[in-house]
Write a protein that binds this ligand. Structure first.
Ligand SMILES: [Zn+2]
Length: 134
C-alpha cells in the first residue's frame, strides 16, 4: 500500500469492497443494489451493506493485447471475472503477474491500485484490482 497517498489510506472505507445483502433471501450483491432482483418489494428495507473479504478465484479471464491509452504501459494485461468467496462475481484487472501465471481457479485477492491519472492537475483515480495469492 506504499504507493497510496496518505489521504486515501486514511479514507480506506471509500474503497472497501462493499456489497449489499438481501436479508430476505440471503443473497449478497456486488456492485451494491438498492432492491433485490429476486425478492423485489419484499426486499425493501432489508438490504444491508456488507464488506467482502477480498478473497476470490479466477472464473474466466482474457489477455488484452491492444490497450486503451491509459493502459499502454501495461500491455499485455489480464482482465478476469473473479468469483468472490462471498458469492458475487467481480470483473477486474489482475496485476503484478505475467499472463502465463493466470489460470482458471487461481486464488486472488483484491488490492487498491491507481487506475489512471488524467488532466493537467493529474487527478489520480484509485480502484480495486486483484493480485495472485502467493
Ligand atoms: Zn432477496
Amino acid at each position: 500500500m506504499s504507493e497510496v497517498p496518505r489521504f486515501w489510506r486514511e479514507s480506506r472505507h471509500r474503497y472497501r469492497l462493499v456489497g449489499t445483502r438481501c436479508t430476505n433471501c440471503d443473497t449478497l450483491y456486488f456492485p451494491p443494489r438498492v432492491i433485490c432482483p429476486t425478492c423485489r418489494r419484499e426486499s425493501v428495507g432489508k438490504m444491508k451493506e456488507e464488506e467482502m473479504s477480498g478473497a476470490g478465484e479466477i472464473y474466466s479471464f482474457t489477455v488484452v493485447h491492444d490497450g486503451l491509452e491509459q493502459f499502454k504501459m501495461q500491455i499485455p494485461y489480464v482482465m478476469a471475472l473473479v468469483k468472490m468467496k462471498d458469492g458475487p462475481f467481480v470483473t477486474a484487472q489482475i496485476v503484478d503477474c505475467s499472463p502465463e501465471e493466470v489460470k482458471i481457479g487461481t486464488k486472488v485477492t483484491a488490492t487498491l491500485r491507481k487506475v489512471r491519472s488524467e488532466g493537467k492537475e493529474g487527478i489520480i483515480q484509485y480502484g480495486y484490482k486483484f493480485t495472485i495469492c502467493p
